[in-house]
Design a protein around this ligand. Structure first.
Ligand SMILES: Cc1ncc(COP(=O)(O)O)c(C=O)c1O
Length: 429
């Protein structure tokens, strides 16, 4: 046998290495190429000043963070950390079942009041919540998932399926399809429908009252992930403040009750901290204390996160609606400019998540480089993170973006619309 044929035989019989399947899957090639070559992917941020960030020797205006309220930079919130560290050390390293530092209790009490929910349970991240709570709620029943739900919901649903649940996809924004799937299930099967509140890609919220009614009529639990709505939208929307007041999330925005609804939210976006929560009945909270592994086994949020959540509640109470007014105005200035340019955005809500789809998906690399060179940092949305027809980029506006940065963004979008083919508003579905 020659050296070459030996090598060929070895590679035929060789066991694939861990991770190789992902690399060999052609769907992920574009993303991997962008990750390894593009300045706006997997980037190292060297410095932050307000919403200006430095990547290498280049300063850019940041429209990729989800710090919608600017709490990451708020002096009162930053100042809350040292005293908490003095009291609790850097990290209270018990799992919650073993011991709950007092700030956890305070956070849950204040959060329950803010949301107007029956009770709340705080765990480290939404990802951990979905992957542990969806299987615990689903059991051997049916898990219905909106086709545009966040990837981490799908991961929770996949784990549930592995443990014996049946997974059903429900077409997004199609309440009729939800009703159809629910009615097709045998009467004795438990069912849960999972959907995003303010969607992380479109920036829009579903018709929650309608979904809530369909779920109630068909004995299903409605499970809503409002990672992007908590802190941004809330009760009693008005002309003066279309986002609503208090930032107490999508259920209150619609004036809905929590009957048959579990709300999931997080502090890692609008509140700039690392913790997440469920709003739920106390009986369910007690069940999850022994059924959801993060409560039993995970390390808790660090002291700085607990302190900044509590200080965030104070700032939200004192200035939150003023900040949301500013966020709404800033977002509007970008949306109005996009409308003036005749570009299509998936955003019809006016919330600060603005996705702009490209005319040609293959332009993603060049468009990203153009934005980066013009000093604008955004979230790229390549395939397969979004369908090919929606490949583009996402702008997230925060209250901490200065007006000059928004003007810069709008100027660059004008230039971009001349240089590249973007989808037009007239093409909107
Ligand atoms: C809708 C949605 N759910 C969940 C997550 C994950 O949240 P966490 O960082 O708390 O795990 C994100 C973050 O991007 C998100 O956008």
């Amino acid at each position: 046998m020659t050296a070459t044929s030996l090598h060929q035989a070895a590679s035929v019989n060789r066991r694939p290495m861990v991770g190789e399947k992902v690399r060999a899957d052609a769907r992920w090639e574009d993303l991997e190429r962008l990750r390894s070559t593009h300045p706006m992917m997997d980037a190292i941020i060297d410095e932050v000043k307000g919403r200006r960030i430095r990547v290498g020797d280049r300063w850019l205006s940041d429209f990729a963070s989800c710090n919608y309220l600017g709490f990451d930079l708020h002096p009162e919130i930053i100042a809350s950390v040292p005293a908490a560290l003095d009291k609790w050390g850097t990290h209270p390293s018990w799992s919650r079942l073993l011991g709950n530092p007092r700030p956890y209790v305070e956070i849950e009490e204040r959060l329950t009041e803010l949301l107007g929910a029956p009770d709340t349970l705080v765990l480290p991240t939404i990802t951990l919540i979905h992957t542990s709570v969806i299987p615990a709620l689903a059991g051997q029943g049916a898990v219905l998932v909106d086709t545009q739900a966040h990837k981490t919901i799908y991961e929770g649903a996949s784990i549930a399926r592995g443990a014996g649940a049946n997974l059903h996809r429900v077409r997004t924004n199609d309440p009729g399809h939800l009703e159809e799937v629910l009615r097709s299930l045998p009467g004795n099967v438990s069912r849960i429908f999972c959907v995003d509140g303010v969607n992380s890609m479109t920036g829009n919220a579903p018709d929650l009252p309608l979904y809530a009614r369909i779920c109630r009529e068909n004995g299903a639990l409605l499970y809503v992930d409002d990672a992007h709505g908590f802190g941004v939208i809330g009760e009693s929307p008005s002309d003066d403040l279309p986002y609503g007041h208090r930032g107490n999330s999508v259920i209150r925005f619609y004036g809905e009750s929590y009957d048959n609804i579990v709300l999931v939210g997080g502090f890692s976006k609008a509140y700039s901290s690392l913790a997440a929560f469920l709003a739920l009945p106390t009986s369910l909270k007690n069940y999850l204390k022994v059924a959801a592994s993060p409560y039993l086994y995970s390390g808790p949020s660090p002291t700085a996160s607990l302190a900044t959540v509590l200080a965030g509640f104070d700032v939200n109470e004192a200035e939150g609606d003023e900040i949301r007014r500013s966020l709404c105005r800033k977002t509007r200035s970008v949306l109005d400019h996009i409308a003036k340019l005749g570009l299509r955005t998936l955003n019809t809500s006016g919330y600060p998540v603005i996705e702009l789809p490209l005319g040609h998906a293959d332009d993603i690399d060049a468009v990203g480089r153009f934005l980066f060179e013009r000093g604008i940092y955004v979230t790229m949305a390549p395939y397969p993170l979004v369908p090919r027809s929606q490949v583009g980029f996402r702008v997230q506006v925060t209250a901490a973006n200065e007006d000059a940065e928004l003007e810069q963004l709008n100027e660059v979008l004008s230039e971009l619309s001349v240089r590249f083919e973007m989808q037009r508003a007239s093409q909107a579905a």
